[in-house]
Design a protein around this ligand. Structure first.
Ligand code: ADP
Ligand code: GLC
Length: 477
């Protein structure tokens, strides 16, 4: 049994801005089910959604800061969560990384460096709780200093660094090095230095024993200049220690027992799915029509997600016999342009700006197809959720989307493996053609039902991915 400290900056349902939160609760649960002693550690943000009891564990100092270590459990699980309580850095309500205007907090380097140092104190058993990690599993740039700082420690735990998104690197001015009192040994071009700046993600990539990312295709993508963001050379150099392990999905996203949808259903009761469609149309004030081709989209509204590809063909898209339901928030310009279309096509389009967990579930259950034309996608969860709800994904062939959606082609129809619609070219034209292909197929109910059945019977559970992580932990010398 391994003692695993899973370090993350978000975990569902405590705090979530994206898929990292989903993974950070479901992977530890799956590892616990495999008999591992796994504990989560995250900052005690003012915005945490805490339902379970929180207990005080210990108090220690990091630099000039006094840290209280608090303890709770992940809801509906026995997985223990440690919270790093430091109100001057994490006490404010709201988003963990950005202010109300979408700007990164000015002291993010200090905030997450403190989080990293506090997690190290816990991992090294220096906080009087009598637990020392065998493995410290770090996630994304917010935890990137941990492998770097641990490399300076005597008898340190082994480290795994998972890249959920190379586009977010934690880059700070070179002056930050002295503010953070980073040892000079760590500041070389082989270390944290990146074009005279300090790169937190590089700390993970350069110093972790093993590096993973969240799909096999993205593990290759990030070794290219297009998606390596200047770190492709280092990733190629570390190639032997880099693997892609696809995310699984949590059982919360299962239409058979999803409490947030209007009507539960399974592959055996597929006709019941339509109750969710009409509930969705009613809730969003769209004309109720069981037969119309209903497209769903739930996303951070950022360039990664190909929102501009949709905007570039939106007028033509909306001239098709469809409805489209969008839930998301992010880039203000995207929000404004989407709003203009929503105002112009009130009978065909519904736009909900903001974050809404229950609406997200109803969209997955109620839509016929799910649109995810990402420019790049490390893994992507919604295309897998969609398949389990029999809502066929329309995706661009990149990263985890390429690894998890099987295009509808003559051979994949014949061998009953087709589960969605895939296009390759990063263009509005290719997206539009693929939507038209799906609309056409939707008019053949028997064929459509077979695609839904193919999608719903795929196994996206966490078990096999968690086993791959465990094998990886065990492979570290
Ligand atoms: P990413 O992490 O890049 O945002 P993923 O597909 O991995 O993309 O995960 C996104 C997660 O966030 C999914 O669980 C999705 O349902 C959820 N999500 C994104 N935007 C919203 C929103 N506006 N309201 C509710 N859930 C959202
Ligand atoms: C990131 C990626 C997304 C992935 C998620 C969880 O946010 O953008 O593709 O599914 O992390 O690994």
């Amino acid at each position: 049994m391994k003692k695993i400290l899973f370090v993350t900056s978000e975990a569902h349902p405590l705090i979530k801005t994206g898929g990292l939160a989903d993974v950070s609760s479901s992977l530890p649960k799956a590892l616990a089910e495999l008999g591992q002693d796994v504990r989560l550690i995250l900052p005690n943000y003012g915005a945490l959604n805490l339902n379970n009891q929180v207990n005080f564990c210990s108090e220690f100092t990091v630099g000039t800061h006094t840290i209280r270590l608090l303890e709770t459990k992940l809801p509906d699980s026995s997985v223990l969560v440690w919270l790093i309580d430091c109100p001057e850095y994490f006490g404010m309500a709201g988003n963990p990384y950005v202010d109300g205007f979408g700007h990164s907090y000015a002291n993010n380097a200090e905030r997450f460096a403190l989080f990293c140092r506090a997690a190290i104190e816990v991992a090294m058993n220096r906080v009087e709780i009598d637990w020392k990690a065998d493995i410290v599993h770090c996630n994304d740039w917010q935890t990137g200093l941990i492998p770097a700082l641990l490399s300076m420690e005597y008898e340190c735990p082994q480290t795994v660094f998972t890249i959920h998104n190379m586009a977010y690197q934690g880059l700070f001015s070179g002056l930050t090095a002295s503010v953070l009192q980073l040892q000079p040994e760590l500041l070389s071009p082989d270390g944290l230095e990146f074009h005279s700046m300090i790169s937190f993600i590089k700390g993970g990539i350069a110093y972790a024993d093993k590096i993973t990312t969240v799909s096999p295709t993205y593990a290759l993508d990030i070794q290219t200049p297009e998606l390596g963001y200047g770190l492709e050379g280092l990733l190629i150099y570390r190639n032997e220690d880099l693997t892609g392990i696809i995310n699984g999905i949590d059982d919360d996203w299962n239409p058979e027992h999803d409490a947030l949808i209007a009507q539960k259903y399974s592959v055996k009761s597929l006709p019941d799915k339509v109750v969710n469609k009409t509930a969705l149309q009613t809730r969003l004030n769209l004309p109720v029509d069981e037969n119309v081709f209903l497209m769903g989209l739930i996303s951070r509204l950022v360039e990664q997600k190909g929102i501009d590809l949709i905007l570039d063909c939106f007028a033509e898209l909306l001239s098709l016999p469809i409805q489209i339901v969008i839930l998301g928030s992010g880039d203000k310009d995207f929000e404004k342009r989407l709003n203009q279309f929503a105002a112009a096509y009130p009978h065909k389009m519904s736009l909900t700006l903001g974050y809404d967990e229950s609406l997200a579930h109803l969209i997955e259950a109620g839509a016929d197809v799910f649109l995810m034309p990402s420019r790049f996608e490390p893994c992507g969860l919604n295309q897998m959720y969609s398949q389990s709800y029999g809502t066929l994904p329309i995706v661009r062939k990149t990263g985890g989307l390429a690894d998890t959606v099987i295009d509808t082609l003559p051979d994949t129809i014949a061998n009953q493996t087709a589960t969605g619609f895939v296009f390759n070219e990063e263009s509005a034209g290719a997206l539009l053609e693929t939507v038209k292909r799906a609309v056409l197929l939707h008019s053949f109910p028997v064929a459509w039902k077979q695609l839904q059945t193919n999608a719903m019977t795929r196994d996206f559970s966490w078990k096999s991915s968690a086993e791959q992580y465990l094998d990886l932990y065990e492979s570290i010398e």
